[in-house]
Write a protein that binds this ligand. Structure first.
Ligand code: SF4
Length: 440
């Protein structure tokens, strides 16, 4: 990748490339390969693709922007009408139903058009699949006593499976010297407010309980909730980071014991603090290590590196398995960010060798890392870069699957059913490859 590449210069996609990878990566389902390419490139929604599809759930911007250009530059209705996710099937590769998160990119080679009134995804002139957009949950029609909308307080993603509670929509790691270089949480907060949208910075426990009461009464699809938000370095609302985040699962589990599986995405805490979350009812812990290579962690996650440090972070992830059980510690890494300019590896092989070391380290202990596909968002420190080629994501999925199978690990809990045609995790294909036995 050359320096100063822009999103127009992203490594290309074509049907010929997909067909060649289909022949090379026979151990990966085509659903996973196509999904990673669409996540990598984003989607250009043509205005016609929003017509005649009835009501559907649009993007709630539940934490980051996950768009390739600023909200203010999105045209033709994509800023308000793009669906949260798409579910594509059929097309040139005969895909089973595949759920993919929407990342708006008007420069993407993947174009969502309308074919006889049905949204249909194209690459070049080739049909990649017919698309469905996610339904709006019935409880989205309510409003809280404080006047807030459910999609703002407790949006659902993963086709309704996961209630995503970003309770703090900023991060106290602030500015280039502290923010993780791929993260636009603070910038997204500003752009949502700038667009005049309701976008609550710190969510009230009462608002969340009110929305959760409607979900408990009306919803059969949501099975899991995630509590997350930015890091707290000093205090927030006069609470420490642990006490701030702890109040939410405590309130939810008191009001609705074991109604859903609770997950926490937060910094890596010491065991005593992990125990508090476990005692509150949290079942799954995601202390995200973001990038395995220690030098890159220091460059890409400067705040985490200076306040906690890579060695401490990794030790805490391992220690937390004593509290939650190894299978219930699922740290995330940002797939592809280890190839970012200017500090990242220069070749796919070096990147995969490094990331595979991390997978082996954790999986040998029964801890299963998962990944999200890096989206080079414009307002981040890393900015609009070319990003990795598709072959990187194929190699990553292969490395993840091989390591997972070597250690004979159980399917990560809290993600729904695995495998092509069933997986609902929408920001990478790690769940789509589980159990796939290959093709000839
Ligand atoms: S810790 Fe890093 S990834 Fe998490 S919200 Fe803060 S800046 Fe973003």
């Amino acid at each position: 990748m050359a320096e100063n590449t822009t999103l127009e210069e992203r490594p290309p996609s074509s049907v010929a490339i997909l067909e060649s990878l289909e022949r090379i990566y026979k151990d990966l389902p085509m659903e996973a390969i196509v999904k990673q390419d669409i996540l990598r490139q984003g989607i250009h929604f043509l205005p016609e693709s929003f017509l005649g599809v009835g009501n559907y759930k649009a993007k709630d911007y539940f934490i980051f922007s996950f768009d390739h250009i600023p909200l203010a530059d999105l045209k033709d209705g994509a800023d308000t009408k793009a669906p949260e996710e798409i579910k594509i099937s059929g097309g040139h590769f005969g895909l089973l139903k595949t759920v993919i998160s929407t990342r708006n990119n008007p420069h993407s080679p993947y174009k969502m058009k309308s074919k006889e009134g049905v949204p249909t995804l194209y690459l070049e002139e080739t049909e990649i699949g017919q698309a469905e957009y996610p339904p709006i949950p019935s409880w989205y029609r309510h409003k809280t006593k404080s006047g807030k909308l459910p999609g703002e307080i407790a949006p659902v993603i993963e086709w309704g499976y996961l209630i995503y509670l970003t309770v703090f929509r900023n991060c106290q790691y602030f500015g280039k010297d502290e923010e993780c270089a791929y993260c636009d949480i603070n910038h997204n907060y500003r752009q949502q407010k700038g667009a005049g949208r309701p976008y609550t910075g710190v969510k009230d426990v009462e608002d969340i309980l009110e929305v959760m009461s409607w979900i408990a009464a009306e919803d059969e699809i949501a099975k899991v909730y995630t509590i997350t938000g930015g890091s707290v370095l000093t205090s927030l609302k006069k609470k420490s980071e642990v006490d701030f985040y702890l109040q939410y699962p405590q309130a939810i589990e008191s009001a609705f014991p074991n109604r859903w599986m609770g997950k926490l995405v937060a910094q890596a805490f010491e065991k005593e603090d992990c125990q508090k979350f476990k005692d509150s009812g949290i079942a799954i812990y995601h202390p995200n290590y973001e990038v395995w290579d220690k030098n890159l962690f220091e460059k890409i996650c400067p705040g985490k590196a200076s306040f906690i440090g890579w060695d401490n972070w990794i030790r805490r992830v391992v220690d937390s398995a004593e509290v939650f059980g190894p299978s219930h510690v699922i740290p995330n890494f940002v797939g592809g960010v280890e190839l970012s300019e200017p500090y990242g590896f220069k070749t796919v092989k070096e990147a995969i060798d490094s990331t595979k070391q991390g997978l082996d380290f954790f999986m040998s202990k029964g801890i299963v890392p998962r990944f999200t596909a890096w989206c080079p968002e414009p307002f981040t420190t890393l900015g609009q870069q070319a990003g990795p080629p598709l072959v990187y994501f194929c190699e990553l999925l292969r490395a993840w699957k091989e390591t997972f199978e070597t250690y004979q690990l159980p399917t990560p809990p809290g993600y729904g059913d695995p495998g092509p045609g069933k997986a609902v995790f929408s920001v990478s294909a790690f769940m789509d490859v589980i159990g796939y036995s290959g093709r000839n």
